[in-house]
Design a protein around this ligand. Structure first.
Ligand code: G
Ligand code: G
Ligand code: MN
Ligand code: NA
Length: 253
């Protein structure tokens, strides 16, 4: 209860922060974009994990306000970077969208409003596989609208959400993000390795890109590259950083 009030205040008074984690091409090592990750530092509680406050925001009707803040802040950041010497973030900024935002029939036009000045080609939206599967027929319609508007779509936490092959094809997503739980032990665990390889083969057959999550070692990166995974994200390449630190480390001077 108290947490709901504090979160509500944090949203309206702009006490949340966006961190940015690099995404890289596994063959070239070059930056392909970044994922925007929401952070909340509370004076009394310290850092509160999004695994706690995102579900709370969803339950207590705050996710729309939080999601709008994330979209607006993302747009401002992209514009700021673009106006700096060196020319901005290469590739796309990936933004997490929750199921309730995704179910909004006005989502595409709403995002366009909140991100005015930023071309849709600079934005990828991430929705978890289980959120896609809540109402798959509706998701198919929305994904087509989003694609027509020029946004990229990624299926987040892939492998944990039981999507059927027929829906996967119809979602028209650009990328599958291989869930961290399969990447974590892929060197030691043959089953996990097989799952990762199978996801990559399936994505290739459906002409989707693969992005591995939670890559923490060079060995994992090497094996994923060998397996044909396109991109990766994880502590091996870089942790999520505040905007200025991200720019100092990753963007051209
Ligand atoms: O960054 P971290 O691993 O702590 O994030 C935990 C979870 O919170 C992840 O599943 C991530 O997708 C989710 N998350 C982070 N930022 C946002 C956001 O801005 N919106 C939504 N809907 N989820 C987010
Ligand atoms: O669920 P989603 O993929 O949106 O969230 C990504 C989450 O994974 C973020 O909370 C981020 O902080 C976390 N993360 C990113 N890279 C790594 C990593 O290499 N190892 C671990 N354990 N977590 C990571
Ligand atoms: Mn994500
Ligand atoms: Na994920």
């Amino acid at each position: 209860q108290r947490m709901t009030e504090r979160l509500s205040t944090a949203i309206t008074e702009h006490q949340l922060e966006l961190y940015f984690q690099p995404q890289v091409n596994l063959t070239s090592g070059r930056l392909t974009g970044a994922e925007a990750l929401c952070r909340w530092y509370d004076a009394e509680w310290g850092w509160v994990s999004p695994c706690e406050f995102i579900p709370l925001a969803e339950e207590r009707g705050l996710i729309r306000a939080l999601g709008d803040w994330v979209l607006e802040k993302s747009a401002k950041q992209l514009i700021t970077w673009r106006n700096q010497p060196g020319g901005g973030l290469p590739g796309r900024l990936s933004i997490n969208i929750s199921a309730q935002q995704f179910a909004d029939p006005e989502l595409s036009s709403h995002i366009a409003q909140l991100t005015s000045g930023v071309p849709p080609s600079a934005i990828a939206l991430e929705l978890t596989e289980s959120d896609f599967m809540r109402d798959p027929d509706q998701a198919v319609n929305i994904t087509h609208t989003m694609r027509q508007a020029g946004y990229s779509l990624s299926i987040d936490d892939f492998g944990t959400g039981y999507s059927s092959l027929s829906y996967l094809r119809r979602f028209a997503a650009d990328a599958l993000k291989i869930d961290i739980s399969f990447v974590r032990e892929m060197l030691e665990n043959k089953n996990d390795r097989t799952i990762v390889q199978t996801i990559i083969a399936m994505a290739q057959a459906l002409e989707m890109k693969t992005v591995a999550e939670g890559v923490e070692t060079q060995e994992q990166a090497r094996l994923l590259a060998e397996m044909g995974c396109n991109e990766a994200q994880g502590y091996w390449f870089g942790r999520p950083l505040p905007a200025d630190e991200f720019a100092a480390r990753w963007l051209a001077p």
